[in-house]
Design a protein around this ligand. Structure first.
Ligand SMILES: [Zn+2]
Length: 337
């Protein structure tokens, strides 16, 4: 008996609509059994069971600019840059690849929108919900671009303390094939890939499309909710804040900003998220510097004033305090590598 959420996911996928060029297409994508997770994964260790379970979320499609669509739901947001008009010669660019078990489905949704093949994929960082689809798209002929540290992280088993688990290495066929270093940006089709200093991880990049006034940020920006900060791979609160300043420098009031998680936003959303991180740092840092333990810091509810707005969605307040505290401790102790 399929899990009830899977039944509703199938229903949602069957009714997914695509409105490019004023046309509507009904997508039929009955999923083969191999795509389905064997059972719902266990609840996250932070008790945030009410937060979305990536493996069960329906794929939602949203055209946010001419020739640019965001696929959200399973894993991090996936940006899809199509050739300018249907029927044009050209290739499709994917920005992030989602989770592995849903990649074939994402591939079907994208190919139902345009016959242009997916020839390039950019990974915004190494996390499994952004690189998991690489293997599927590489098998279809795509080259995968990423920061050199993404290749390093996905080439070995990597422990993420905040998640309390070791993420296994990707198979070689799912690893990036073209890598870039910090501070050396380059174009991919009409997008500019902008590497960042360590922020959410040590391999982040932004993808900027000036012609569309659009930027996809990966997980340096979570729209409307508390983020994960992966201090085990050199992410930090300060690095996230600095990365958001890079994003703000590339935006105006009309820019569409595609976050790693959450709905597509704008400059004001980025400013609000950045201000939240700054305030959280100001509240948590004194407790950390006073020698409070993690448990004492969580018990003091340092983010209480922020929790109503930011704690109800992507990550819980306790999880976020653990992330910020952990990043301060890692920086102080040089525990990251
Ligand atoms: Zn991430």
């Amino acid at each position: 008996m399929p899990h009830p959420a899977l039944l509703s996911r199938r229903a949602a996928i069957r009714t997914a609509l695509w409105g490019a060029a004023g046309t509507l297409a009904l997508l039929h994508s009955e999923l083969p059994a191999a795509d389905l997770p064997p059972s719902p994964p266990p609840s996250p260790a932070d008790g945030s069971a009410k937060f979305p379970n990536f493996e069960l979320e329906p794929v939602r499609t949203e055209e946010i600019a001419p020739g640019f669509c965001v696929l959200s739901g399973p894993g991090g947001n996936v940006g899809v840059r199509f050739p300018e008009r249907k029927g044009d010669a050209g290739d499709t660019l994917l920005i992030d690849a989602g989770i592995r078990v849903r990649a074939a489905e994402v591939q079907r949704v994208v190919s139902a929108m345009s016959p242009a093949p997916i020839r390039r994929v950019v990974n915004t960082h190494w996390h499994y919900d952004h690189v998991g689809g690489n293997e599927t798209f590489a098998r279809g002929g795509a080259i995968v671009f990423a920061h050199a540290n993404v290749l390093r992280r996905v080439s070995e088993d990597t422990f993420v303390e905040l998640m309390g688990r070791t993420v296994p290495a990707l198979p070689p066929s799912g690893r990036p094939t073209v890598t870039f270093a910090e501070r050396v940006g380059f174009p991919v089709q009409d997008a500019h890939v902008i590497p960042l200093a360590p922020a959410h991880t040590d391999g982040d990049c932004l993808v900027h499309l000036p012609s569309l006034n659009l930027i996809q940020t990966g997980d340096v920006f979570w729209n409307g909710g508390y983020p994960l900060i992966d201090y085990s791979t050199s992410g930090s609160l300060e690095g996230m804040i600095a990365a958001l300043e890079r994003v703000l420098a590339l935006t105006d009031e009309k820019t569409r900003v595609v976050p790693g998680h959450g709905p597509v936003g704008n400059r004001a959303d980025v400013e609000a998220f950045r201000a939240m991180l700054v305030t959280a740092g100001e509240r948590i840092r004194p407790l950390f510097l006073a020698g409070k333990s993690l448990e004492e810091t969580i018990a003091a509810r340092p983010t209480a004033e922020l929790d109503e707005r930011w704690g109800g969605r992507l990550r819980s307040a306790d999880f976020f305090v653990r992330a910020v505290y952990g990043s301060m401790k890692a920086r102080q102790g040089g525990a990251t590598r």
